[in-house]
Write a protein that binds this ligand. Structure first.
Ligand SMILES: CC(C)(COP(=O)(O)OP(=O)(O)OC[C@H]1O[C@@H](n2cnc3c(N)ncnc32)[C@H](O)[C@@H]1OP(=O)(O)O)[C@@H](O)C(=O)NCCC(=O)NCCSC(=O)/C=C/CCCCCCCCCCCCC(=O)O
Length: 711
């Protein structure tokens, strides 16, 4: 709703009230319409100020309402009516003015803002465009060039940025009284102004369109934003508004908008974690960490040190190999400085001290082990840590898939052991998997989750199983990609299909980037390859492709060696080029194993890679290793490059149709009975059997099934 009050004198104050962010729900819109009318009717009122309750102007349209029928007064006529009134109206902005909130402010005649307020039009990130007049009013106020950047990226800025663009009239520390009456309003109605364009307007729009198409990888909204701004630049306001409405209608009804809005909420759902034990975010206290240690200063350890220090935590960085330590003590401070500068941090970074002595961690409150991915080495480190650390110190491992419980078992307090699985580069990537073992205490999980949040990560609590959630699902995906090569595809073909779907990199380019030796070592440890293992295509009772092992045996470990599934300009090269060697190698391999290459359709490539991965997601939910589909989807969007406009693998399954996914998995499993990952999961079958409920209902369904022992 919106409340009305008269300030001493002649100013009417309208306050938006819809906690927590004063989103423009139907009730708020109705409140605005009613209170503006009241102000107009009151002869003693000469000007109106609109503000938001609790120091927040407005977080935009109420995204939750998008799922249902639109009720209440629509936004566009409401904002037009405000712009048209003959008493001056000012928006007094504190906290946030985002999306529809900023569009409301653009309909006002004046805008003032607190210096710390955050403003922007992030609709593009929700698969929409600023469809309440924002795409037409903003460029008229700040010019086409600046508006293009803001609207196509959804970037948010503080009020000093917007003051410099003359979007704000006043930028003050405290919003008290601003006199806005007595002046003509003609020039204050943005819809009546021309749109300032640079002389090379067509070239600007063309270049922006090319850039946006390249960056958006199939996302519709950024392209529609450019089209709306083209209209603002070339058409009268009324026609521009018609174009805005048409584009918005198309976007609004697209699967992409639904996916992006789901992704917005899943990012928030995962913060409200719960464990099968009943421990959860609202019943588990977290400790506040101010001193931490990181053991192992390879690529991951260095990134973790920087991520911790950026939050103001003091870090003891330990590396026992002198050469690595010397290198890290040069590189890490430079990384920290660069990143702190990039983020223009308010909090000064924590102090980092380097040491080669494990004993130096004895005073910290939390340790993150980031040594080489080798269980015996990690066990040795944990035995040592438990003997040198103060009782009560939290011991965390950055393992990407090893058993947390085995590490906990060698410590004096297994309850204080959790996994903190970062993604490279750890100071940049947003995802953190917090892995709880059967003995991890709620306090340890809560502390790791909160620490992740402080570091700006999307932290997701996951169960302790090989590969946890992300890497466990990656395994069937990689496996299918290798099988497709055996059957006749090339790495480029597979990658093109996946990149067309929206991944920033196909599976083979991604493997080259991460290093092919990572998986090779894991397969050796699992006894799947290495000396003494017979070179067959069936291992441990299931189909196995030795292709990636053989590529490694040829010394091709990916970008770092300048050769992998592709060739690069040299070791460390970044640009992947197809390599004739790989084609010859694949032909020889197929000949050796009596395989006849066939032409494989892009649909089959996409289905086999994605549906095998999705099927494992269902198995993970069934095994209670993730609390809900949102957790899996957040992991894939923030850690594995899953295109956000497809919501995440589990959301995508719902959009494709669970019945269809089941049918295609059955088909592929029928053709490849020796591939267990293609066998449809019981949970998928159960969901289809009960009529394929929407993804938002799965969590509840799974919990019920579990109670009735159906899973
Ligand atoms: C920066 C934030 C605002 C605050 O961040 P923070 O303090 O960290 O808090 P959060 O945890 O993020 O959020 C707290 C809770 O608030 C919920 N929340 C936040 N914003 C919204 C919102 N806008 N609506 C609803 N709920 C919101 C959030 O989920 C948390 O709740 P919970 O804890 O999960 O329960 C940050 O939250 C933020 O960035 N928010 C989003 C800002 C944003 O993107 N705003 C833009 C919204 S879209 C918009 O404004 C579009 C306007 C123009 C188009 C209007 C379209 C109307 C429909 C017309 C239909 C036309 C088509 C017709 C079709 C046909 O005819 O067929």
């Amino acid at each position: 709703m919106a409340t009305y009050s008269r300030l001493p004198g002649s100013v009417a104050l309208i306050t938006l009230q819809n906690p927590p962010v004063n989103a423009l729900s139907a009730a708020v819109r109705q409140g605005i319409v009613d209170t503006v009318q009241r102000a107009l009717k009151d002869p003693k009122v000469t000007s109106v100020v609109i503000c938001g309750q609790n120091g927040k102007f407005c977080g935009g349209a109420d995204i939750r309402e998008f799922a249902g029928p639109m009720l209440g007064p629509p936004l566009v006529p409401m904002i037009h009516a405000i712009e048209a009134v003959d008493k001056p109206v000012a928006a007094a902005i504190e906290g946030v003015a985002l999306g529809g909130g900023l569009e409301l402010a653009l309909g006002c005649h004046y805008r003032i803002a607190h210096s710390k307020a955050l403003l922007g039009l992030p609709e593009v990130t929700l698969g929409l465009l600023p469809g309440a007049g924002g795409s037409q009013r903003l460029p008229r106020l700040i010019g086409l060039t600046a508006a293009l950047d803001l609207i196509t990226t959804g970037r948010q800025h503080d009020s000093s940025f917007f003051s410099s663009l003359h979007l704000l009239c006043v930028c003050s520390q405290s919003i008290s009284s601003v006199c806005v009456s007595g002046q003509s309003l003609d020039s204050r109605r943005l819809s009546t102004l021309p749109c300032p364009c640079p002389p090379d307007v067509d070239s600007l729009l063309d270049k922006t369109m090319v850039k946006v198409r390249q960056r958006s990888r199939g996302a519709l909204a950024p392209v529609a934003c450019v089209q709306a701004l083209m209209a603002a630049a070339s058409l009268p306001y009324t026609q521009g508004m018609e174009k805005e409405r048409d584009l918005l209608t198309t976007l609004f009804n697209s699967g992409q908008a639904r996916a992006l809005q789901y992704a917005f909420f899943s990012q928030r759902v995962v913060g409200k974690w719960s464990l099968p034990s009943g421990a959860s975010w609202d019943n588990s206290a977290a400790r506040t960490i101010s001193k931490a240690a990181v053991i192992g200063l390879g690529t991951m350890g260095r990134g973790i040190v920087v991520a911790l220090a950026l939050t103001g935590i003091s870090v003891v960085a330990v590396e026992t190999q002198e050469k690595q330590l010397a290198e890290a003590s040069q590189v890490v401070p430079a990384m920290l400085q660069r990143e702190a500068g990039r983020r223009s941090l308010a909090t000064p970074p924590g102090v980092i001290s380097f040491s080669s002595n494990l004993q130096d961690v004895c005073e910290v409150e939390l340790v993150i082990e980031a040594v080489f991915e080798d269980m015996s080495l990690k066990l040795q480190v944990f035995r040592h840590l438990t003997s040198v650390c103060r009782p009560g110190t939290l011991l965390c491992s950055n393992t990407s898939g090893l058993d947390i419980d085995r590490l906990a078992a060698v410590t004096q307090s297994p309850g204080l052991v959790v996994g903190m699985h970062f993604f490279a580069p750890a100071h940049v990537m947003k995802l953190l998997e917090v892995v709880y073992g059967p003995r991890s205490s709620p306090e340890a999980v809560a502390t790791a989750m909160q620490l992740g949040k402080r570091m700006g990560k999307v932290s997701v609590a996951v169960g302790n199983c090989p590969g946890f959630v992300g890497n466990r699902m990656l395994k069937p995906y990689l496996e299918q990609a290798n099988f497709l090569l055996e059957e006749g595809a090339t790495p480029q073909q597979v990658d093109e299909v996946l990149e067309e779907f929206g991944f920033p990199m196909g599976v083979f380019r991604m493997s080259d980037l991460s290093g092919l030796d990572v998986g090779w070592r894991i397969r050796k440890e699992a006894g799947l390859t290495g000396p003494g293992v017979e070179s067959t295509r069936t291992r441990q009772g299931r189909r196995y492709s030795p292709l990636p092992d053989q590529v490694c045996e040829a010394g091709r470990l990916g970008q770092k060696t300048g050769r992998g599934w592709y060739q690069y300009d040299g070791p460390g090269g970044r640009v992947a080029r197809s390599d004739h060697w790989v084609n010859i190698f694949l032909e020889a391999y197929r000949a050796e194993h009596g395989l006849v290459a066939r032409s494989i359709a892009p649909e089959e490539i996409l289905e086999r890679c994605l549906y095998a991965l999705i099927n494992e997601g269902f198995n993970i939910l069934q095994d209670a290793m993730a609390a809900g589909p949102e957790d899996i989807d957040a992991i894939y969007v923030f850690g594995y490059g899953w295109p956000r406009h497809h919501g995440g693998p589990m959301f995508h399954a719902g959009q494709v149709g669970l019945g269809r996914i089941l049918e295609r998995l059955q088909h592929h499993h029928h053709n490849h009975p020796d591939v267990p990952h293609l066998k449809p999961s019981t949970l998928l079958r159960r969901l289809v059997a009960v009529g394929s409920p929407p993804v938002q209902k799965w969590r509840e369904f799974i919990n019920k099934e579990r109670v009735h022992s159906q899973l």
